[in-house]
Write a new protein. Structure first.
Lengths: 117, 116
């Protein structure tokens, strides 16, 4: 158990709908990362938040948005869903002090498997 | 641009034998970190080992060791005494210090199957 929790574990929805994925980081971790893992794209970094502020952005679509709340949990919102959005969405957390490069590994949650029908 | 290459889509190894999973990377960052993660069929991502670009010695964690060759930009994972539970996808990942802060990029992964 990494200490990172994600809900829900599975989500099935229809095209055009909007969903929210939730992540609670490990106690003490300030950084939260979101990743999308699909068969054709592999593991893609979406976005990172550090202590409530957006820190880095990856291959995140405009239909997707995220935020990190004062209690450090994060939500990833996916809207106008398409079939191609079906994937495993991971949240990871780390201490997040980028000035301390060494061994700042990310701990992954169990993922949310999104199926868009 | 940063890039991670894992040239072995799939590998087989006999139980109790050692296996090396290849990883090469490309970055212009002067300082960076390299990670290996394991993803079993259950889906979770498990951190295995870390190597800093300025570390003088190769990292080791139990049965895992990292063969770091900075000049060749390679960071191969060595698993000694393979066990059936080692069957999984293995991802090499990199984080740079200057250009990408905490952004981590992952390679495409290598599927390892341990044969009894």
């Amino acid at each position: 158990d990494s200490g990172v929790t994600q809900t829900p574990k599975h989500l099935i929805t229809a095209t055009g709908q909007r969903v929210t994925l939730r992540c609670s980081p490990r106690s003490g971790d300030l950084s939260v990362y979101w990743y999308q893992q699909s068969l054709d794209q592999g593991l893609q970094f979406l976005i990172q938040y550090y202590n409530g502020e957006e820190r880095a952005k990856g291959n995140i679509l405009e239909r997707f948005s995220a935020q990190q709340f004062p209690d450090l949990h994060s939500e990833l919102n996916l809207s106008s869903l398409e079939l191609g959005d079906s994937a495993l969405y991971f949240c990871a957390s780390s201490v997040g002090n980028y000035l301390a490069m060494e061994n700042n590994e990310q701990f992954f949650g169990p993922g949310t498997r999104l199926t868009v029908l | 641009a940063q890039k991670i290459t894992q040239t072995q889509p799939g590998m087989f190894v006999q139980e109790k034998e050692a296996v090396t999973l290849d990883c090469t990377y490309d970055t212009s960052d002067p300082s960076y970190g390299l990670f290996w993660y394991k993803q079993p069929s259950s889906g979770e991502m498990i951190f295995l080992i870390y190597q800093g670009s300025y570390d003088q010695q190769n990292a080791t964690e139990g049965r895992y060791s990292l063969n770091f060759q900075k000049a060749r930009k390679s960071a191969n994972l060595v698993i000694s005494a393979s066990q059936l539970g080692d069957s999984a996808m293995y991802f090499c990942a990199m984080r740079g210090a200057r250009t990408s802060y905490d952004k981590v990029i992952f390679g495409p992964g290598t599927s390892l199957s341990v044969i009894p």
